[in-house]
Design a binder for this molecule. Structure first.
Ligand code: GLA
Length: 482
């Protein structure tokens, strides 16, 4: 056994995980669950911080994800527990008192019994804690059901849920979306006419791409409106609409997807995710702050989304032209390093002009890289080795942009990107929202062990937390496990 084996996070065997979860569910809730549902996390090749600007994203669904065992209740209550040791606090029951306490920031009075009421009273707003991702998902499904009878949720619907995950929580691999999407499938199965008409694994076939797109939009709504995090829909889309062996090429202007086969490229190469174990949390404000900078630039430029600044098939000159327009509008020639410029203060709402320009440049170059990648991955004439080299180059360019323009990187991620490239990775970048999370590297299969060893070493030498490694295999989307 290699010394680094312990640091490799396995996705596990779904049926074994499901069987274990069923047993624990029976112990916890005194009855069997009706089923177990799974939703994957994701790794994104490119397209970070651009989904909410209508850009293209290139994510893959992982084999790692979140499992939910559940059984329905008829009293409008959600009772839920996670087996994740970092989050587990026993069974949580959602009640109006708990919502009110969090929203008013008072905290519940010690010893005061929670007022039990039903989850349909949940109000959108700023509430935190992992249970709200689940409650928000049910809330959002109920909203969908108001328009679509096959997805209607009865007034008295509630559920017991037991949750476990093979994803590192807060590891930048979309553990939040995996939680939302797995809970969403459980709720569709247990609460709706569609679920009643398609028992067990029949639900997988019943959920066509259009329905899955609708459910992804609902999960996104849960995160934005109930949890209060500024997600742009990338994570939920790939979790519900990914495909084994494929990268999803997602056009966030209208959420249409193409699925691009990766078998050629992955014959000799592999994607490796390196979890830095610096947990990121989108609710903490930094993500929203970066997004607000780019939205200020968008307002200044007079578009509804930054993607509209570029033509259908953008070239580097188009990015330069959009940046030049920004410069003309703010009336400054030398913005770099100058945070004091106050030109067009109104549109920028007092935000630093130079920072807004950097966010703009990240978004535009990231969108350009996505279009380039899409072209590379759809070019059937391209030799896999050439394609891999190009993908690697774009990964590393994406990291530089995350570091210098989006400014969402951090020392461990920068060190890892540099180190893995020195020992044979074709490229690497920070993925996800940033401020923590994971680095994705493209490595020749015969260099994977060397890359893992070097990554572990650099973290030790530089005093960072020992990283963990996930082999990234583009995998199937959210589904019924059984
Ligand atoms: C988070 C959000 C996504 C996306 C990424 C950054 O994962 O949930 O919508 O914005 O960050 O690309």
């Amino acid at each position: 056994m290699h010394s680094d084996d312990a640091a490799r996070l396995s996705p596990g065997e779904p049926h074994r995980i499901s069987a274990g979860l069923r047993t624990r569910f029976a112990e916890e809730f005194g009855r069997d669950p009706d089923g177990v549902w799974f939703a994957p996390g994701r790794a994104n090749l490119n397209g970070e911080h651009v989904d909410f600007h209508g850009g293209r994203c290139l994510p893959m669904a992982l084999a790692h994800g979140t499992y939910v065992a559940a059984a329905p209740r008829q009293d409008g209550l959600l009772r839920l527990r996670t087996l994740d040791p970092e989050l587990d606090d026993g069974v949580q029951t959602l009640s109006l008192a708990a919502v009110a306490a969090v929203m008013s920031d008072d905290g519940a009075e010690a010893g005061e019994p929670a007022t039990i009421t039903d989850v349909h009273t949940i109000v959108p707003g700023q509430i935190s804690g992992w249970t709200w991702y689940v409650a928000g998902t049910l809330w959002a499904l109920a909203r969908v059901g108001e328009e679509a009878p096959e997805l209607a949720v009865p007034e008295d619907f509630g559920a017991d849920l037991l949750i476990c995950s093979t994803l590192p929580i807060g590891g930048g691999l979309s553990s939040s979306a995996a939680l939302e999407c797995s809970a969403m499938l459980a709720f569709v199965a247990l609460a709706t006419p569609l679920g009643a008409a398609n028992r067990g694994t029949a639900l997988d076939a019943a959920l066509d791409d259009e329905l899955r797109a609708r459910l992804a939009a609902a999960c996104m709504r849960a995160e934005v409106e109930v949890v209060g995090a500024g997600t742009g829909g990338l994570d939920q889309t790939v979790s519900l609409r990914g495909r084994a062996g494929h990268v999803v090429s997602l056009d966030c202007r209208d959420f249409t997807v193409e699925r691009l086969p990766m078998d050629g490229l992955l014959a000799e190469h592999a994607f490796l995710a390196i979890d830095t174990r610096q947990a990121h949390w989108l609710g903490d404000g930094q993500f929203d702050d970066r997004r607000a900078d780019s939205e200020a630039a968008m307002r200044l430029l007079g578009v509804d989304r930054l993607r509209d600044l570029l033509p259908e098939h953008p070239e580097p000159g188009d990015v330069d032209a959009a940046l030049a327009r920004f410069d003309t509008l703010v009336g400054g020639d030398e913005l770099e390093g100058c945070d004091e410029l106050t030109g067009c203060a109104e549109a920028l709402e007092g935000r630093s002009t130079a920072a807004c320009r950097r966010r703009l440049r990240h978004a535009l170059t990231e969108m350009l890289r996505s279009e380039q990648l899409d072209r590379i991955l759809t070019d059937e004439e391209l030799e896999p080795t050439t394609a891999a080299a190009e993908v690697g180059r774009i990964l590393t360019a994406g990291h530089a942009s995350m570091r210098d323009d989006a400014e969402v990187s951090f020392p461990a991620a920068d060190a890892l990107v540099g180190t893995v490239s020195e020992v044979g990775a074709l490229g690497a970048r920070l993925i996800g929202g940033g401020f923590g999370g994971s680095v994705l590297a493209l490595v020749p299969r015969d260099r994977e062990d060397a890359v893992i060893g070097a990554a572990a070493r650099v973290c030790q030498e530089q005093g960072f937390t020992a990283p963990r490694f996930l082999h990234v295999e583009p995998s199937a989307p959210a589904r019924v496990v059984g």
